[in-house]
Every structure is written in structure tokens, then in C-alpha cells.
Design a protein around this ligand. Structure first.
Ligand code: G16
Length: 531
């Protein structure tokens, strides 16, 4: 077959370093950029097969998100804009690790197992972040697509969630929106402007936000979007990439893990600020008080304010919709208690990785999912969207119910339901705070976080750690969980766990308790883990 000859020829230009083994991790492949050329070419091949199989457009995003500038990576996007299905993650790993002379066999094996019709057309959307290596790596993806005779559309520099959005728009024949970056801004900003009309007495302070762009793609895209906001949100942009290094001492991951403001930002006491990560799929908020103390409003607080807003509107609209919040083991214990005991909403816990949270959230009429690190969004079932739409059109509905339904409709339109999206989340939170007339301090005061720490430990092989119970307990190596339990039981409200990262070559250690003693727990575990 001519296509296979082309694959053979082109793959020799993107050779695999012999012996290199990589896994499709939490969000795709991720490692030092120089080791990724063969992976990119092969993911171009795989995306083409997936497109033929699903008869739909597939997305390939070249990014290493929160990782340092020297790394890169790739995320595969399925037809509805969600992360690629787990069985194809397995194929991705097989294809990535096939030695050069075995590549065609592995490829043919996937074609056979999935009964892929090779004469079916294939379409792949490709995007990239601002890393120096992204241009040549995304070219390798495009080469892979063309080697198997697929069509590609190169969106160039886009945020990861923008590419997810484009894929969904394309495969819904425009029902979800227009598959262009301009179309994305128009849809989100029009909905934001409609929402903000419900904010009476909105002061200039309320309309102002400091944004840390992590020196990445999110900064470029915020600038691009600004004119669509018609001054309803005034953004002071920091870490815009003009001088600083990507994710270095800035961005959502730095702020969340270090629990301090990024460098490169000038914050006045009380001022509302947020940080994006390197591909703008995560966001965290923060402020400093008059004493200079730093206050972080992470993914848990974001989920809480969103679910509060939605629950109020759903009640006002008189709708019977099942709402849930999906979290991971990293969720602060105070947030889970508040959501379950005070808000009385269903809370689910899944493994780390938005793909897991996304699927859990799909089981509800309204599923708000957020990782503590600020990665998340809200999903509405088709039935919920239809009920809301009907209510906006119902001539027999009273004004209060209609207003609530309209607010819900615009809320749905400001949200990117395909994946966590820093820009969309930012617009939603800004609208909620403005409508509720809520300051960042009032939002922060909804509940008080338990003191917590997250550390990274370098070990020779992180895969020796295996976990269960949504990563809350370690099953190997022997003795590790017992060591954690004996430390945890000495402290009030204490909780701790370890898990291997799926994006970095480290083990993550998390601990929380009612006092700063968590630091000693996490240090002790750190000592155990690295020995
Ligand atoms: C990715 C995933 C997130 C996950 C994070 C860290 O985020 O999309 O769901 O929380 O990695 O994962 P891990 O702890 O396994 O390293 P991003 O923003 O880096 O793509």
C-alpha cells in the first residue's frame, strides 16, 4: 500500500531514539522536547486513524502546559472536544514505543483491531503553544497526518481549550459555535456581556482584574480577545511573554504549589488577580491583604462559587436538576465538607486528570468539575440545556423564572464545556462576582482552607508507587501507606497521600491538617519516599 511506503519513508526522518520508552500520561506524552519528534510524527498517524475510525475531526495539541520551557508534549482530542478515549491512549503508547523497524507492524495491528477503513477520509486539527520547540514539533504532527493521506488544518498558536472547542464546533457542524478563534471570542464575550448586564452598581474596581499570563499562549490570547469585551472587563496583563520565561516563577502551577504570588506582577492590597498556566487550561485566583498576607482561591473555591451561583439560579428558575461537584484527592477537606454539609450538593472524587473528572461530571444534569490546581469546567446535560431553553421561551413563565433561565442560558454560552479553560473560567467567575456584587475577600470567606502542602520528590522509578481509592491510598511499595497512616493519625483533620505524577518525572506528596504541622507530615513522607 502506497500509504505505508510513505509512512516508512517519512518515519525515518523522525527516528525514535533506540530504547526510549514513554507512556501516554495524565494528559498525553510529556518530556524533554528533543526526545519528542518521533512521538509527534506517530501521533499524527494515530490521529489520522482515529479520524478515519470515528469519521470525525480529531485534534492534536502540541504543548507541555505547566512544565518548564525545555519540555514539550502532545494531547489528543476526541470528536466532541474531550480527551481521547482510554483504549486509544493504549494504542498511543504502543505506537510511541515501537522500535523503528516495528512501526508498520504496530500501525497495521491497530488498523486491524479497530477495523479502520483506510479509504475513509481523515481530518486533523493541529495547534501549538508558544514554546520554542512547538513549531518544528507540530510540523512533525502534520507530516504524520499527510503520510497516511489525512487532511490537516493548522491553527498555529492557540490555547489547548481553544483547540478542543474548534474540534467540537467542527464535529457538531457549527451547532456548538464557529470553528474559528474569532468565533470563540465572539461566543464567549457576547455571553459575558449579556451576563454582566445583570450586575447592577458594578464599580470600576469590580471591573478590573490583574492577569498573570505565565509568559505563555494565554497572554497572547487575552490581548486578542480584549476588544470583544467592550471594556466590560479591564485587564492588566502581566507576564505576557515579552521578557520572562514560560512558567518560570509564574503561572497557575507555581502560584498553587508555592502558595505565593508570581514574580513579574504588581499587586495592590485587596486587588483581584488570577494566573493561567502555560497552555491556558488552568486558572487560580488570589489577592494579598493589608497585612501583606497571601490568599489563594484555587480550583476548589472556584467550583464552590460556580455551584453556589448555579444552584441559586436553578432554584429561582424552578427547575429540578441534579447538580454535582467532581473533585480529586487534592481537594481541600474544607471544600468537600462545605459542599456536602452546607451546600448539600453531591460530591464525587476521581483520579487526577481532567479526563476522569469530565466523565464523572457527565453523569449529572449539571456537573461542576475542578481539580484543586484550577483545571476544570461545568457540564450541562442535553436535557438540562433543553429545559433551560424552553423556559426562556415559555409565555406562561413569570419574570423571575425567565430571568433565571436567561442567566443560565448565557452562563452555558460563556462556558467551554469541552475541557477546563482559563479564559472561559475567568469570564464566568468575573460575571458571577459582578452579578452577586461579591468581592474577592467575600468569596474567599465562604470557607477556610485547611493548611496544606504539596511537594515533589525525585525517585529513581516513580512507577513503583501504585495507588487505589482514587489515588488516596498507596498499595505499593510495601510499608508506605502504613507510614503515612501512622503520621496522619497523630493530627487533627489530617489527610495525606502520595502518587506518581503523570506529567513530570516526580512523585507528588500532599498533606493537610488543622495546623501547619502538615509540613512535618509531608517532609517525613518525602524522606520515606526518596529512600
Ligand atoms: C495535566 C492534567 C491535569 C493534572 C495535571 C497534573 O494538567 O490535565 O488534569 O492535574 O496535569 O498531573 P500529574 O499530577 O499527573 O502530573 P496540565 O495543565 O499540565 O495539562
Amino acid at each position: 500500500m502506497a500509504q505505508f511506503q510513505e509512512v516508512s519513508k517519512q518515519s525515518s526522518q523522525h527516528p525514535k531514539p533506540a530504547g526510549l520508552v514513554l507512556q501516554y500520561g495524565t494528559a498525553g506524552f510529556r518530556t524533554s522536547a528533543k526526545l519528542l519528534y518521533h512521538i509527534m510524527f506517530r501521533m499524527g498517524l494515530l490521529a489520522t486513524l482515529r479520524s478515519k475510525k470515528t469519521k470525525a475531526t480529531i485534534g492534536v495539541m502540541v504543548t507541555a502546559s505547566h512544565n518548564p520551557e525545555e519540555d514539550n508534549g502532545v494531547k489528543l482530542i476526541d470528536p466532541m472536544g474531550e480527551m481521547v478515549t482510554p483504549s486509544w491512549e493504549g494504542y498511543a503508547t504502543q505506537l510511541a514505543n515501537a522500535e523503528q523497524d516495528d512501526l508498520l507492524n504496530v500501525l497495521k495491528d491497530i488498523i486491524e483491531k479497530e477495523a479502520v477503513n483506510m479509504s475513509q477520509e481523515a481530518n486533523v486539527f493541529v495547534g501549538k503553544d508558544t514554546r520554542g520547540s512547538s513549531a518544528s514539533l507540530s510540523q512533525a504532527v502534520l507530516d504524520g497526518v499527510s503520510a497516511l493521506g489525512g487532511h490537516s488544518k493548522d491553527y498555529g498558536l492557540v490555547t489547548t481549550p481553544q483547540l478542543h472547542y474548534m474540534v467540537c464546533c467542527q464535529n457538531t457542524q457549527g451547532k456548538y459555535g464557529e470553528a474559528t478563534v474569532e468565533g470563540y471570542y465572539r461566543k464567549l464575550c457576547q455571553a459575558f456581556i449579556q451576563l454582566i448586564k445583570n450586575a447592577t452598581n458594578c464599580t470600576d474596581d469590580q471591573k478590573h482584574l490583574c492577569v498573570d499570563g505565565a509568559n505563555g499562549i494565554g497572554a497572547l490570547k487575552v490581548l486578542e480577545m480584549e476588544s470583544h469585551l467592550k471594556s466590560e472587563l479591564q485587564i492588566s496583563l502581566f507576564n505576557d511573554g515579552s521578557k520572562g520565561k514560560l512558567n518560570h516563577q509564574c503561572g497557575a502551577d507555581f502560584v498553587k504549589v508555592q502558595q505565593k504570588p508570581p514574580t513579574g506582577i504588581k499587586i495592590n492590597p485587596g486587588e483581584r488577580c488570577c494566573s493561567f498556566d502555560g497552555d491556558a487550561d488552568r486558572i487560580v485566583y488570589y489577592y494579598t491583604d493589608s497585612e501583606g498576607e497571601f490568599h489563594l482561591l484555587d480550583g476548589d473555591k472556584i467550583a464552590t462559587v460556580i455551584v453556589t451561583f448555579l444552584k441559586e439560579l436553578i432554584t429561582q428558575a424552578g427547575l429540578d436538576l441534579k447538580i454535582a461537584v467532581v473533585q480529586t484527592a487534592y481537594a481541600n477537606g474544607s471544600s468537600t465538607h462545605y459542599l456536602e454539609d452546607t451546600m448539600k450538593v453531591i460530591v464525587r472524587c476521581t483520579k487526577t486528570g481532567v479526563k476522569h473528572l469530565h466523565h464523572a461530571a457527565q453523569e449529572f444534569d449539571v456537573g461542576v468539575y475542578f481539580e484543586a490546581n484550577g483545571h476544570g469546567t461545568t457540564l450541562f446535560s442535553k436535557a438540562a440545556e433543553e429545559k433551560i431553553q424552553q423556559l426562556t421561551e415559555d409565555p406562561n413563565t413569570n419574570d423571575e423564572r425567565k430571568r433565571a433561565a436567561r442567566l443560565l442560558k448565557n452562563t452555558i454560552n460563556v462556558i467551554n464545556q469541552t475541557v477546563g479553560d482559563a479564559i472561559s473560567d475567568m469570564l464566568l467567575i468575573e460575571a458571577i462576582l459582578a452579578i452577586k456584587g461579591m468581592t474577592v475577600q467575600q468569596w474567599d470567606a465562604i470557607y477556610t482552607d485547611l493548611p496544606n502542602r504539596q511537594l515533589k520528590v525525585k525517585v529513581s522509578d516513580r512507577r513503583v508507587i501504585d495507588t487505589t481509592d482514587a489515588e488516596r491510598r498507596a498499595v505499593s511499595p510495601a510499608g508506605l501507606q502504613e507510614a503515612i497512616d501512622s503520621l496522619v493519625k497523630k493530627h487533627k483533620l489530617a489527610r495525606s497521600f502520595v502518587r506518581p505524577s503523570g506529567t513530570e518525572d516526580v512523585v507528588r506528596v500532599y498533606a493537610e491538617a488543622d495546623t501547619q504541622v502538615v509540613i512535618s507530615i509531608s517532609r517525613a513522607i518525602l524522606t520515606f519516599s526518596s529512600s
